[in-house]
Design a protein around this ligand. Structure first.
Ligand code: ACO
Length: 334
């Protein structure tokens, strides 16, 4: 039986650290407010004015993951790129990354699922591998949020949260009857809540897609109904946990480490307490990176691997909720 197994992980963040104190130079906020409400202490943002897109960060993360997996670019037979901040309106960042890897015909697929992009991507990689359509898939989550944030006081509820960064995993087909690799995944979306977290412009439904009025009205910046998303998250994350356990026939105790999307430390703390999990079983790194959206789960995974929290035989659950709304979970055994 073909199994989709993660055989290499890598991450990359730009060198520029932006602390909460730095943010107070541009907006009315405080280190205390940000730490208390979100747990975030700092994030990484790309250098202003230096043309850096999601595919550039994705390239650096991919090279690290591929080095660990022992892959050359030519080994890849599909690229899956998850981002909400693509380099261009179109074509997708996956195509740009493909070229930067020196490839010229390898298929590349973009996924626009925001915070659950990595889980949707992993489920897609699993399906491709199990069906025999691909054997080696590079799955990347990458975001450059900082060039699209309103860093004035008007945008402070959103802009303090987001960080730039990328992470990649190499997913390989392994022929094995043992339960290994992706053991199961559950994906959900509810488009009725699409506008609770969105960037409205530029938009194909507008004519033209971007006007000076839209810029004046700041419709090109993300908006978020934070409270309702918080409530959705604390309801949906336990729910999807139970669903994926049922789908895989596992019990909560079989999971060695839970790697939730890093949207808010308080959401993940609430999750840990409501599921009655020991603190050390839920991984957090939002303090140092902020919310890197599609990159957040693989970035956390790469750190957990480096810290020795995930190794051969570890069973890990990935889970998250975000814009779409989308929510999802997957279980992987290393
Ligand atoms: N600094 C200081 N004060 C602020 C800031 C800030 N950065 N932002 C908002 N405030 C103020 C507000 O103006 C408000 O003031 P008021 O009481 O005088 O009106 C007060 O703080 C409370 O604001 P709330 O928005 O009610 O704060 P809340 O406790 O809800 O925290 C937060 C906001 C952190 C955004 C929270 O709602 C949250 O984390 N929500 C979930 C986010 C999430 O999970 N998103 C999905 C993933 S991201 C994705 O999919 C791309």
């Amino acid at each position: 039986m073909k199994r989709a197994v993660i055989v290499g992980t890598g991450r990359y963040v730009p060198p520029r650290v932006v602390t909460n104190a730095d943010l107070t130079r541009w907006m009315d906020t405080s280190d205390e407010w940000i730490r208390q409400r979100t747990g975030i202490e700092q994030r990484y943002w790309v250098e202003e004015g230096v043309r850096t897109g999601a595919s550039d960060l994705g390239l650096a993360a991919s090279q690290r993951a591929m080095a660990k997996a022992g892959w050359q670019a030519e080994d890849i037979d599909l690229i899956i790129f998850a981002t909400l901040s693509p380099d261009l309106f179109f074509p997708g960042s996956g195509c740009l990354l493909q070229h930067k890897l020196g490839l010229s015909a390898t298929p590349a697929l973009d996924i626009r699922q925001q915070c659950t992009g990595f889980i949707y991507g992993l489920a897609t990689a699993d399906a491709y591998i199990r069906s025999g359509m691909a054997r080696r898939i590079l799955l990347v989550g990458a975001e450059v949020h900082s060039s699209g944030l309103d860093i004035s006081t008007a945008g402070r509820d959103v802009s303090v949260i987001f960080g730039d960064g990328a992470a990649a995993v190499c997913v390989e087909a392994v022929d094995s009857d043992a339960p290994l690799g992706v053991l199961g995944s559950v994906l959900h979306a509810n488009g009725a809540l699409a506008e609770s977290l969105m960037t409205e412009a530029p938009a194909s439904r507008e004519w033209p897609r971007l006007t000076e009025a839209m810029l004046r009205e700041r419709r090109h910046f993300p908006t978020m109904d934070g409270k309702s998303i918080f409530k959705e998250a604390v309801r949906r994350l336990p729910e999807v946990t139970r669903e994926v356990l049922e789908a895989t026939g596992l019990a909560l105790e079989d999971i060695d480490l839970f790697i939730p999307h890093q949207a808010n430390f308080r959401i993940n703390q609430f999750y840990q307490q409501s599921m009655k999990l020991p603190e050390k079983k839920v991984f957090h790194n939002i303090q140092r990176y902020g919310n890197t959206t599609a990159a957040s789960i693989p970035l956390a995974l790469d750190e957990a691997v480096e810290m020795g929290l995930v190794g051969q035989g570890s069973t890990v659950m990935f889970l998250g909720l975000g814009s779409g709304l989308t929510w999802a979970a997957a279980v992987h055994r290393f």
